[in-house]
Design a protein around this ligand. Structure first.
Ligand SMILES: *[C@@H]1O[C@H](CO)[C@@H](O)[C@H](O)[C@H]1NC(C)=O
Ligand SMILES: *[C@@H]1O[C@H](CO)[C@@H](O)[C@H](O)[C@H]1NC(C)=O
Ligand SMILES: *[C@@H]1O[C@H](CO)[C@@H](O)[C@H](O)[C@H]1NC(C)=O
Length: 380
């Protein structure tokens, strides 16, 4: 199979995934009995429109994506929807004439499926492996029957997870993991210290709280609704504050008048900035994962020697950093945690099939900000 693959690549300069596997499948690779189609179903957009418009997400038939040398081609079984999808799909702050793409754009950067083929420089996986993955924002995503992804952004699907349960997790889990371990530099040595998670009931918050709890930290969360308060408590948060009210007196009432060592801000930091500066203990660390809607005063960091860090999930792949294999290590660690039951899937809603109608409904629910946990779509 591999030789034929290379030969085809040499002759055509393209990977066979781009058009046809008929010649190679079934004959050379007994694992694969399925004949690859030339095209696939996908949901995409040409125009950045409000979700109420039917053209905001369209059912399309497009070519199977071509592979780069370190890519895997994954047959998508389930795809999750994240706030990043709605932000990418929404109208852009540019003139109307620039609100469209010449070629369709396929969203979705979180999913699970089965490896259908692989590039010649891949080393971690085999065709047929069941995997879950997140992805590079600049490329086409998982709202399609097949997606091409750099293999470092792929992990082995936890054995006892359904494709839906697995698809719900990669983007939020990698973000939460990088925030805690790589940015806030938390470890087992921080046992007994306190992490404040502003907005603990969301996708990243509900994974970060579980990870921090597992490290032995005390976790204080914030929520505004009884449902998000309950969701936080079910995912490792010890104390939930109400973020519609001033957090400082609430911290004091719980015995944290002297502040907390670590703060993870899963929300626009701008309205919370003075609170964050006051709530951080001397030499504390603060991690931001959401864009600030305004300028904040970093001069306030100096007096207490505070450390401010940022987390953007796709940085390592976007800038092709030397340590981009870190994603692979993170996936190995979290698969182990899911299989051991120390990390739980945050899936709360499944829709089927994966089509424009259901994806528009999922985006609409996310934009209403009433969703708790993750929405996953499965099947075509
Ligand atoms: C996304 O897919 C469409 C349809 O195949 C293609 O025209 C477009 O070039 C792709 N975009 C990227 C960024 O690869
Ligand atoms: C948070 O406070 C607001 C405003 O006082 C209140 O309406 C809401 O019910 C509170 N939330 C919880 C979970 O208690
Ligand atoms: C997977 O297995 C672990 C360990 O037995 C268990 O705690 C966890 O609940 C299981 N997860 C699912 C989704 O079945």
């Amino acid at each position: 199979m591999f030789c034929v693959f290379l030969l085809l690549f040499t002759l055509t300069g393209r990977f066979p995934g781009a058009y046809s596997f008929q010649e190679t499948r079934g004959v050379h690779d007994s694992m694969i009995t399925k004949v690859m189609p030339k095209t696939m179903k996908a949901v995409g957009l040409y125009k950045y429109l409000p979700i109420a418009e039917t053209e905001s997400l369209l059912n399309l038939e497009v070519p199977i994506p071509t592979l780069r040398s370190t890519d895997l081609l994954v047959e998508v079984k389930a795809t999750a929807v994240n706030p990043i999808d709605t932000k990418q799909r929404a109208p852009k702050p540019v003139p109307p004439a620039q609100q469209f793409e010449q070629f369709p754009r396929i969203l979705g950067w979180d999913g699970a499926g089965i490896i259908a083929s692989k590039g010649e420089n891949t080393k971690y996986f085999n065709v047929g492996d069941e995997v879950f993955f997140t992805a590079d924002l600049r490329r086409n995503g998982s709202n399609a029957q097949y997606v091409a992804i750099d293999e470092v952004m792929v992990g082995v699907k936890p054995k006892n997870f359904t494709f839906e349960q697995a698809a719900a997790m990669p983007l939020t889990t990698v973000t939460a993991y990088e925030s805690l371990y790589d940015r806030l530099l938390l470890s087992e040595n921080d046992k007994g210290k306190t992490l404040l998670i502003i907005n603990s009931g969301g996708g990243v918050g509900s994974v970060a709280s579980q990870l921090a709890k597992n490290l032995g930290l005390k976790v204080i969360g914030t929520a505004a609704r009884p449902e998000t308060e309950a969701f936080s408590l079910q995912h490792g948060v010890d104390i939930v504050l109400n973020h519609t009210k001033d957090l400082l007196p609430q911290l004091e009432a719980h015995g944290y008048g002297n502040g907390v060592e670590f703060i993870l801000v899963n929300y626009d930091p701008y309205p919370y900035w003075n609170t964050i500066m006051a709530a951080a203990k001397p030499q504390g660390r603060i991690c931001l994962i959401v864009d600030s809607s305004g300028l904040v005063d970093i001069r306030q960091l100096k007096d207490k020697s505070l450390t401010l860090v940022s987390e953007m999930m796709a940085t390592r792949i976007k800038y092709d950093t030397e340590d981009k294999n870190r994603y692979h290590e993170i996936f190995e660690d979290v698969t182990r945690m899911f299989e051991a039951g120390v990390l739980k899937s945050t899936l709360t809603k499944t829709m089927s099939p994966i089509n424009a109608e259901n994806l528009r409904e999922a985006h609409r629910l996310l934009e209403e900000k009433k969703v708790i946990g993750k929405i996953v779509l499965s099947g075509f």
